[in-house]
Every structure is written in structure tokens, then in C-alpha cells.
Design a protein around this ligand. Structure first.
Ligand SMILES: Cc1cc2nc3c(=O)[nH]c(=O)nc-3n(C[C@H](O)[C@H](O)[C@H](O)COP(=O)(O)OP(=O)(O)OC[C@H]3O[C@@H](n4cnc5c(N)ncnc54)[C@H](O)[C@@H]3O)c2cc1C
Length: 423
């Protein structure tokens, strides 16, 4: 193939590892590979021009302007990873038979193992077309652009009260911006956490001066180069200076279409991150991994999962290429965990909450913080805590140790409720 750069790595079974996507999952895979002793070449390809940075602060301190960026690794320490780091370059296709990736600069990179870590892109609302005051929030450049419009006294409409919409709303309030939070469902975050907890989050935002509009959607946007008013399905109109669309993301898999890699809800993987193509792995927001015990296929858009999957994949790249005598491959069986900072609360979610679960609300700790326990037919499934870190971590351990579903709601309650004093 013209321009193909193939790197021979005698003595290193895993050979040349190419990682596409220089975000959290991609960088952590490279770091794990080096940590466990991979000495062969690693190429890390990223579409953004920035060195890898952390995304969670983009809706929190970076959006508020408290910090310019949070790097995932200090610039001075890249040399020790010995990477061929290609920033500002996009992978456009992959040839899984010839084992090469085509880049938008016209070159091809051959691989022995390929890690797909291209994350996800925010959904847009077509009715906004090219309006200059309509934003999404995924990248550092997005956060910089949005911050430029979050001027005290301005009115921000956040469309979609998921994690990122809610966090951006909280950050904007801290900046003195008027906020209207618009959600199609009956309560913020209720698609994931159900209505009971969602209503608590609605009350939290309302108590900080957010105009929370639920069970309604945007039907029309008025304005030309900038949106000035939104018409909602309940017939009301909202004047706006700036709009944030927070309607979730879709996995960045376009460049894999036609490659033979099985796609569906992202990139389908076994419980060790292997895709349907030999030598190709996937980690992070786009990766839909099979659970080693339940067999369920889940795509998790959380920071912790990307880090854990990266470590499993690095290990499996080495063990898969080392032949039958090698150490066994690893599975990823960790219980999902996500946190969200809104105002002075750290909301933490562990497990697999479903809006259909039964929810029991407890108050725990000396500040009487809310802890929601989720269960299905008496089986404990998930917990959501509002600044109740110690309790949430105990419950995560309970779920982790009972992945066959054997933990009950009573077990969970007993774990977080102090025993009555002995009489
Ligand atoms: C604003 C925001 C706040 C968040 N807050 C939290 C939080 O509080 N808690 C939590 O648990 N999680 C949070 N997350 C989620 C967490 O950041 C993600 O789960 C994590 O970043 C996923 O890592 P990733 O490597 O899969 O994808 P990403 O970090 O998105 O990295 C993918 C990279 O691949 C690049 N890329 C895409 N296509 C190509 C291509 N064809 N060629 C080359 N490069 C490509 C992209 O430009 C990107 O840099 C937040 C996310 C965002 C956006």
C-alpha cells in the first residue's frame, strides 16, 4: 500500500500498537501498555490539536474559567512514553485485512494491534442550523466558545437536562448567568435515574434560581444569525442570549463503517475489549462491552469505565499476541461508577439504575444527605448519593462482590444504616 509505514518490532510480541483517539481511553491505553512492559512502537492519533486533556472539568471549573485546561499528562512527561504522537490528524478508514489505518493527511499506518478510542460526538438539533449562539459541549474548544458567551446577566437556555446540561446550568448560575433548563421528560436525569431522584435534582436547580421547564420541548427557534427566542411545546416562549444543546452523544464510529468491525450501539466487544476483527480492540465512550457474568452488552459513557477498560485492553493486547503459554486474558467486570458535580453537591451513581426500578430514599450522615437505593424485585441494583461518598463506595463494593445479582435491598440498607445502640 502506497505510503504505508510498517514498523517491525522483533522481540516484542504485540508489535506496533496503533491507538486512534487521543482522549482519556486512548492515552490511558498507551500508558498501561508501557507500564506492563510493552517495548514496541505505539502510535497515538488524535483529531484534536491539543494534547490529551480531561473532559469532566469542561462543564465545571474550566467552563467557569477557574482553570484553562486540565491535562491528562504533563507535557514534559510524554518523552518517557516514547509515543509517535500525531495530533490534529483524523483517521478516515481502517483496512482490517491489510491491518492499516488511513489518515486524512493521505498517509496509512500499519498496525499489529489497533485500539479504537474515538469517543463520541454531541447530538445537534437541526432546527438551529448555523446559528452562532448555539453550542454543544464536548471539547476544550467548545468550552472556550461557550464561556465567551456566559456573561453575567445573559440568559442561557440549556436544552436537555442530562449530566452535562445540569452541570453547565450549575456552572452558569455560579457565573451570574440566568438559566432556563428545558427537558422533554418529567424531570432532569430521569431517563437514567428515574423520576423520584430526577425531581430532587429539579428542586436543587430551582433552589439555585434555575427556571426548570420539564415535560416540554423546543418546537421552533426564532432569530436569524443568532437565536433570540425559543418556542416550547407547551406554547410558552423563552427569550435567550445563548443556547446549549445537551442531548447526549453518538459514538464516533463513522470511520469504521465498511471495515467489517461489528457496529451497533457503538463498537461491539467481548468482555475483554476485543472487537469482531482480529487484533482490533475498543475502549471508552464508543465501546459496547459484554459483561463477563450477565452477558449484557453495555456502552458506558463514564470516565472511570474508560480508564478501567484501557487497562484491560493493554493487558489483552500483550496476552493475545504472546501465544498459548502467555498469561490469561482479562475481563472487565467492574460495577459502573459516575460522578457529577452540581453546585456544592457531588452526585455519585453506582450500578445499573433503571427508571423502572423501585427507589428507596434514605438520609445519611450528619448532614442528612440523600441516598437513593434502587432495587428490582428485591434485588439491589444501584445507588445514587448526594455527597455521600463513604456510603456510595460501600455500596459499590457490595455490588462488585455480588455480580450474580445476589445482593438484596435489605443488604444495602443494613450496610449504610448505623446499627441501633446496644441496650
Ligand atoms: C463536558 C463533559 C463532562 C463530563 N463529566 C464527567 C463526569 O463528571 N464524570 C464522569 O464519569 N464522566 C464525565 N464525562 C465523560 C468522560 O469525560 C468520558 O467518558 C471520557 O472522556 C471518554 O473517553 P474516550 O477516550 O472514550 O473519549 P474522548 O475523551 O472523547 O476521546 C476521544 C478522542 O478521539 C478523537 N477522535 C474522534 N474521532 C477521531 C478520528 N477519526 N481520528 C482521530 N481521532 C479521533 C476525538 O477528537 C477525541 O479527542 C464528561 C464528558 C464531557 C464531554
Amino acid at each position: 500500500m502506497a505510503g504505508l509505514e510498517s514498523i517491525d518490532a522483533p522481540g516484542d510480541h504485540a508489535g506496533h500498537v496503533v491507538i486512534v483517539g487521543a482522549g482519556l481511553g486512548g492515552l490511558r491505553t498507551a500508558e498501561s501498555l508501557r507500564r506492563i512492559g510493552h517495548t514496541g512502537p505505539i502510535t497515538l492519533i488524535g483529531a484534536e490539536k491539543h494534547h490529551p486533556y480531561d473532559r469532566p472539568p469542561l462543564s465545571k471549573d474550566v467552563l467557569r474559567g477557574d482553570r484553562p485546561v486540565v491535562p491528562l499528562r504533563q507535557l514534559g512527561s510524554y518523552a518517557e512514553l516514547d509515543l509517535d504522537l500525531r495530533l490534529g490528524v483524523t483517521a478516515v478508514s481502517v483496512n482490517t485485512e491489510g491491518k492499516s489505518v488511513a489518515l486524512d493527511d493521505g498517509s496509512d499506518v500499519g498496525y499489529d494491534a489497533l485500539v479504537v478510542a474515538t469517543g463520541a460526538v454531541p447530538r445537534q438539533l437541526p432546527i438551529f442550523s448555523q446559528a452562532s449562539n448555539v453550542h454543544v459541549l464536548r471539547t476544550l474548544d467548545d468550552a472556550d466558545r461557550l464561556r465567551g458567551e456566559l456573561v453575567e446577566g445573559n440568559r442561557l437556555a440549556v436544552i436537555g437536562a442530562g449530566f452535562i446540561g445540569c452541570e453547565a446550568a450549575a456552572s452558569a448560575r455560579a457565573m451570574g448567568v440566568e438559566v432556563v433548563l428545558i427537558e422533554l421528560l418529567p424531570a432532569p436525569l430521569s431517563r437514567v435515574l428515574g423520576t423520584q431522584v430526577g425531581e430532587q435534582i429539579a428542586a436543587l436547580h430551582a433552589s439555585h434560581g434555575v427556571d426548570v421547564r420539564t415535560a416540554t420541548s423546543v418546537t421552533e427557534a426564532k432569530g436569524t444569525s443568532r437565536i433570540e427566542r425559543l418556542v416550547l411545546s407547551d406554547g410558552s416562549e423563552v427569550a435567550v442570549d445563548v443556547v446549549l444543546v445537551g442531548l447526549g452523544v453518538t459514538p464516533s464510529t463513522e470511520w469504521l463503517v465498511g471495515s467489517g468491525i461489528e457496529l451497533g450501539n457503538g463498537v461491539h466487544c467481548d468482555s475483554g475489549g476485543r472487537t469482531s476483527a482480529a487484533g482490533v480492540y475498543a475502549v471508552g465512550d464508543l465501546a459496547c462491552w459484554e459483561h463477563p457474568i450477565s452477558g449484557a452488552k453495555t456502552r458506558t459513557e463514564h470516565w472511570t469505565s474508560a480508564v478501567e477498560q484501557a487497562e484491560v485492553v493493554a493487558h489483552n493486547i500483550i496476552s493475545d499476541s504472546s501465544g498459548p503459554s502467555s498469561a490469561e486474558g482479562r475481563d472487565h467486570a467492574a460495577v459502573p461508577y459516575v460522578w457529577s458535580d452540581q453546585y456544592d453537591l457531588k452526585i455519585q451513581v453506582v450500578g445499573y439504575p433503571s427508571p423502572d426500578d423501585d427507589v428507596q430514599l434514605l438520609t445519611v450522615g450528619k448532614f442528612n444527605r440523600t441516598l437513593a437505593l434502587y432495587s428490582r424485585e428485591g434485588k439491589f441494583t444501584a445507588a445514587v448519593g448526594m455527597s455521600t461518598a463513604a456510603a456510595v463506595m460501600k455500596l459499590r463494593a457490595l455490588l462488585q462482590g455480588a455480580q450474580d445479582g445476589s445482593a438484596t435491598l435489605e443488604d444495602a440498607i443494613a450496610l449504610v444504616t448505623p446499627a441501633p445502640p446496644a441496650s
